[in-house]
Design a protein. Structure first.
Length: 346
């Protein structure tokens, strides 16, 4: 049909997408029981997310999508983000000396590990190097940490080892382990292209590094969903794979419980536009901020997350799939800029 494009049809919580599929995937011209918001023609499936009971992709016109979104069973009908404009990325790049030592020494450790135990701290102190013991009782034993990012250094990084020198980095086939239909990208666990995996490795080191991290004995997993030059997991599967892998975990014989899953998500959506784009309105938490019309880079918009021609973007389907992770018992840890997700099931 002319004018069609791919839309994600997302149902409200508690409504199985199969109910909508049964109406969209047949001609309902003569069926008065079907909602008037549903197109009365047979709508083609663009992508069937068999592992997800709330989202299916369909080929529809803009008018059909707008009408279907009015159906009381529908949470949202959204277009698939154009990769030319919408990209996954860390929100900011911070250049600093994080060890807080007075000199840039190679053996300086993560200053934050010790800092969190210090009640009093003088930021004006000329001495920012602490020589002391970092005493802890929890080391992540029995926990699975998933870095959903641009990949992790797969070349035998010493931070991924346990105290005995055995790697904790589990390079699994996400499709096989989750039972979701599909195939792993051939180069998913590679360091190519140059720079890929640097941010993910940084996050893995802080979360679970042997020397610099907190969960020093947790198992480490990587789901690369951007920055992989064709070797990343698709956006359509990046949540389903983790959720179904988690729900199918066996009982850990060492604890008598299923291993917890913690997912680190230090990334967000942003749309990039021309610096001369005219901004006429900004809605912050649903309220029009009443700004004066100005260029995108006219200044004064940083407080709304608009930095370097990039505008924060919220995806209803991401919100739903994030909520599904939480409902499955998965703990999600996010960058501050991604705080709009309903991680607590709100």
């Amino acid at each position: 049909m002319a004018g069609e494009k791919e839309y994600k049809v997302i149902t409200k919580k508690g409504i199985d997408i199969a109910e909508i599929e049964a109406e969209l995937e047949r001609d309902t011209t003569s069926d008065a029981a079907v909602s008037a918001n549903v197109p009365n023609r047979t709508v083609d499936v663009a992508y069937a997310k068999k592992a997800n009971d709330r989202i299916t992709h369909y080929m529809m016109t803009d008018a059909e999508a707008a009408e279907l979104s009015k159906d009381p069973r529908i949470h949202a009908v959204e277009t698939k983000p154009d990769p030319e404009f919408f990209k996954h990325e860390p929100f900011e790049t911070q250049t600093a000396q994080f060890d807080r030592s007075t000199s840039n020494e190679a053996d300086a450790k993560n200053w934050g590990l010790y800092r969190h135990m210090i009640k009093e701290f003088d930021p004006a102190s000329t001495s920012n190097t602490y020589s002391a013991d970092y005493t802890y009782t929890l080391d992540g034993t029995g926990v699975d940490v998933v870095i959903q990012d641009d990949g992790i250094d797969p070349t035998g990084h010493p931070e991924w080892e346990d105290a005995n020198g055995t790697t904790r980095f589990q390079q699994i086939d996400w499709y096989t382990e989750s039972g979701v239909a599909g195939a792993m990208p051939a180069g998913h666990y590679t360091a190519n292209p140059a720079g890929a995996g640097e941010h993910g490795s940084h996050c893995a080191g802080i979360a679970a590094g042997k020397t610099f991290g907190w969960a020093k004995n947790a198992k480490i997993y990587s789901l690369r969903h951007y920055g992989g030059a064709g070797n990343e997991i698709s956006d359509t599967d990046k949540y389903d794979l983790i959720r179904h892998w988690h729900t199918q975990k066996p009982i850990d014989p060492n604890t008598g419980f299923k291993r917890p899953t913690i997912v680190n998500q230090s990334w967000g959506w942003r749309a990039s536009f021309s610096s001369t784009l005219q901004v006429t309105h900004i809605f912050f938490k649903g309220v029009d901020q009443g700004i004066a019309q100005q260029d995108l880079m006219g200044g004064g918009l940083e407080q709304y997350g608009i930095v370097y021609y990039k505008i924060p973007y919220q995806s209803p389907s991401d919100d739903v799939e994030q909520e599904q992770l939480t409902d499955a018992g998965i703990i999600c840890v996010k960058a501050a800029g991604n705080g709009y997700h309903p991680c607590a099931g709100a």
